[in-house]
Write a protein that binds this ligand. Sequence first.
Ligand code: FEO
Ligand code: CA
Ligand code: CA
Length: 654
Amino acid sequence: MSDSYKIKHHGVDDTTNPSTAPALSDILAARLSRRDLMLSSAAAGVTGASLSLIPTLAEAAQAPLASPAKLGFTAVPFSVADRVIVPDGYSAEVLYAWGDAVGLKGNSPAFRADASNSAAEQAAQAGMHHDGMAFFPLPQGSRASKHGLLAINHEYTDDGLLHGDGMKTWSGEKVKKAQAAVGVSVIEVEDAGKGRGWRVVRPSKYARRITANTPIGIGGPARGHALMKTEADPLGVEILGTLNNCANGKTPWGTYLTCEENFDGYFVNESGTLSDNEKRYGIKNKDAGYKWAWEDFRFDLQINPNEANRFGWVVEIDPYDPKSRPVKRTALGRFKHEGATVTLAPDGRAVVYMGDDQRFEYIYKFVSKGRYQAGNAKANSRLLDEGTLYVARFDADGSGQWLPLVHGQNGVDASRGFADQGEVVIKARLAADVVGATKMDRPEWIAVNPKAPGEVYCTLTNNAERGGEGKPGVDAANPRADNKFGHIIRWHEAGGNAAATAFKWDLFALAGRPDAKSDAHKGALKGDAFGSPDGLAFDAQGVLWVQTDVSTSTVNMKEYAGMGNNQMLAVVPQTGEFRRFLTGPSGCEITGISFTPDSRTLFVNIQHPGEPENERSDPAKPKAISSWPDGDAGSRPRSATVVIRKLDGGVIGS
Ligand code: FEO
Ligand code: CA
Ligand code: CA
């Protein structure tokens, strides 16, 4: 496959943050030793207060550590098997794979193994490359754990699998099919009982596909902004579609947040020149490989220069109302959104944590102006339109600041090219550059500990460019040069208040193999090894779950030798113990985590099984790497949602 077909959906081949930070390697040793102290003190049940010279998260919380959750399963080993492996005593069953009917009434086209489904059929079927996901109980407002809705992201397409002959020929119909294969599925699911397991309810009045062509409203400061106006939408109030839907969030008021990550790859500006805005977001003069602009001029920035400003947002969806219009919440900023993790401050303000997943990009949070009001759906539906967007600075002494991205403050004003708050959120990366945020090693998912107020974890998946020539050097929060394995950072908001503007932080884990000699693994965690942490979520028991996305190109690095397929681990935060719970089929990424309220069913997504190194399959040999989930007798490898249960019906992980 030629280079021009290389998509690199993760969008990390290049760096669009041009500045370099000073090397702070002298501080590294101190920060790491503090981390070791914290882990060992937590393990020994010693509170941070006894280590008076060393500030710890426990001190910052001014609260006792919660008693550690217990893991009751036996770890599974590394695996290269082309299947999902879970511990003894657990089952893993496929629920909803690419091409399965979503369950629209009177419109349930069957998946065709030769990928000959039309674009219209694809729009009534599961999209490709499942990613973030959330379970919503039915009836709404209940804690039902055997019946509900699943909202599922479909991140991007492998056009080598999506079309019968891949990209050998190209057409408007193929672009339409790709546009129908991204976005979101809402499906109704139920546990059929009597050992029959979970199934998709078809037809369902809730069933819905949101694609790259679904009308979506705009809320917040960018609504109606000059930079959001196009010929098709002269008022700047309605966008067609959402795409590259990566991770997700779920609000306390029962809505789903889907996050637009590598939107740049769908656009092209062949004029030969690029604006600062386009450059900072990775827009290129050459098509990145999806070829949408070839057939749909909406994605040609010479014809529609503002269309790219309409992507890179968090989109709010009401899964319970299939007729409701999703809304892009622009107050949360425009960047390559990984997820949007929502929690409430003690005073009821909504706080949303968000990573921008590219090398040397930032961690953000949004704090709403209004307060969550239980049962007041109308008021809650406006919470994400007004508030303050912040970006994180991690200081070398273990403290940190949330820096406001507010027009007129800290140099974010007309003198730096920001006419108003609308322009600030549209160019959030550029505003974050102005205030001096910390450049991170690819911020992915963020999780809030339900057992420790204000304690937050973020996966930093990897960054082999850290410390490279002309690139930012190591700093306290990103301490490894050539960071192949990634790490997990943790912070504690001042006073345990998610809305605070100051925090204390530490390095929770450096990924890698503790038994390996290579420098790349130095300082690696205790417990089961992994690399490239990505998906991250807490369960109700306070166990932290980590999913990995070692890309196919990375997995071939010698340092990753012997680490097998991507995996999912359970972690006890108080002890730092990592225990491997699941391994996936060949060439896949594990992503998407959602538990039923009773914690007895876990939904996980297997994304891109069989992915080749260039991320585009050969349509002549689609099963070269994996034939999951249908097996050799089946069709092409398919991303799918998997249901995991304990055979004795117990709590997952117990
Ligand atoms: Fe879509 Fe950063 O993973
Ligand atoms: Ca991810
Ligand atoms: Ca990733």
